[in-house]
Every structure is written in structure tokens, then in C-alpha cells.
Write a protein that binds this ligand. Sequence first.
Ligand SMILES: [Zn+2]
Length: 266
Amino acid sequence: MRTHKVITMCLLCIYIVITFPARALEFATPLQQGGLVYGRTQPTDTLIYEDTPLSLTRTGQFVFGIPQDAADITLTLNGAEQTFDVRPIQWREEKVDGLPPEKVVLSPADERRVARDNRLLRQARASSTRDLFPAQLARPVANARISGHFGSRRILNGVRMSGHSGTDYALPAGTPVAAPANGIVVLTHPDMFYSGKTIVIDHGFGVFSSYSHLQDISVHKGQAIKHGDIVGTIGMTGRATGPHLHFTLLWNNVRVDPESVFTPTP
Ligand SMILES: [Zn+2]
């Protein structure tokens, strides 16, 4: 009798495993180019985005970023692969001609400096805390004019550059800059080639924010900060033609559009 029961249950399990289709993943935010995507699944699931295993919170929340030119993305839930189309975005183009060549093509010394800066930036994002989850991110400044949009492609003297890596907020020098969420400062730098005085903050689960061209930095590496804390002030250090905050939002090494995260998309 007991054996019979066990056999019946085993057959039932096999039946469920074979006949149930892969569970559909649900996302809380749209799948669009340059988007930061939030979703939830069972906390015990194994979820892989492209080739990267995603960390899940205790309640099964996850977050990942979509590159600005991705056509589709693949997620693998407990071994079952699912491909999703990504909504394309019409990124802006900005042509600038007649620039002095040294502004477009870097000297070998400057190239070495840029490579060193990029190495430091990548090292700062090599790991991310799981003690925080960036469920909400706020604009780091209020009432700013956007003087440069994320993703816009600049064509300098006919040379196509990669898309603009962040959003530029134009405000007077000295305007305070606030942390968009709780986090840990993972890098401060007094003078990077492009970005001047620079901060990088880890918000957890691979989400990082960075702040360029600052006039002053008021935090230090390793410091835990709360949403709304002032981290520095707007300036024009590095390669900037006027005072503004160049704000970058990343998921690991994928840059996403800050304005698409702050503004609810209809
Ligand atoms: Zn910028």
C-alpha cells in the first residue's frame, strides 16, 4: 500500500516536470534599450541574464541593465532559456565639425591616462554589495536643465564616437549633489582625464552611480551613505566646457539611461 503511494507520487512529480511549461518571467519595468530592468521571481530560482548569473534578494527581486544597442536579451530561468525583444530607442545624433584634431584624437600620453582611469573605474565596480537593493533611485539634483542626453551619438569631424555615457545636468558651480539611493562610496578621484573630480557609489546588486566634473568631493572611499546625503558639488573639472554634473548609472559595466529610471515610463 505504502509502496504504491510512493510510486504514484513519483509519477506525479515526473508528470509535473515534463508537462509544465517554463514559468514566464515578469518584469516591473519595460524592456527597452538603455533600460534598468527590475523583476521578481522565486528566491530559490537560478536566473542567468545573457552569461551573468543574477543575484536574487530574499524575496526574489532582481535587477539588470540593457545595453543601448541591444536588439533582444536572453534570460535562463532554472535552465530554460527565454528570449525577449527589446524596445528600440531613437538615440539622438549630434554632429560637430571643425574641431582642432587634438580635441578628437588623443596624444599617446593622454591615451595612457585615460586607460589608467578606465582601469580604476572598472576595478571600483568589480564587486557589488548584496546588503542593499536599489529599489528606487532619485535624481541627484533638482530643477536642472538637461544639457546632454544619455546615448546621444556625437560625430566629431566625421568620426563617430560611442553614445554619451550619462546625463548632463547644467547647474551653477557649487550646487550640492545628492546620493540617489543608499550606497557605499567605492571610488573618489581628484583628477581624471575626462571626468575630473569623480565619485563612484555602489548601490548594491551591480548598480553603480558615478559623478563627474565635481568642484568638491565631500565623501571618502568606503563611506556608507544614505539616500539624499550630499556627496559633493557641481563643477567643471576634467574635460567640461561649463559647470554641469555628468551623471552615469551602470549595472556592472552596462551603462543605462538615468532619465528612464527616474521618470516612470508610460
Ligand atoms: Zn556628459
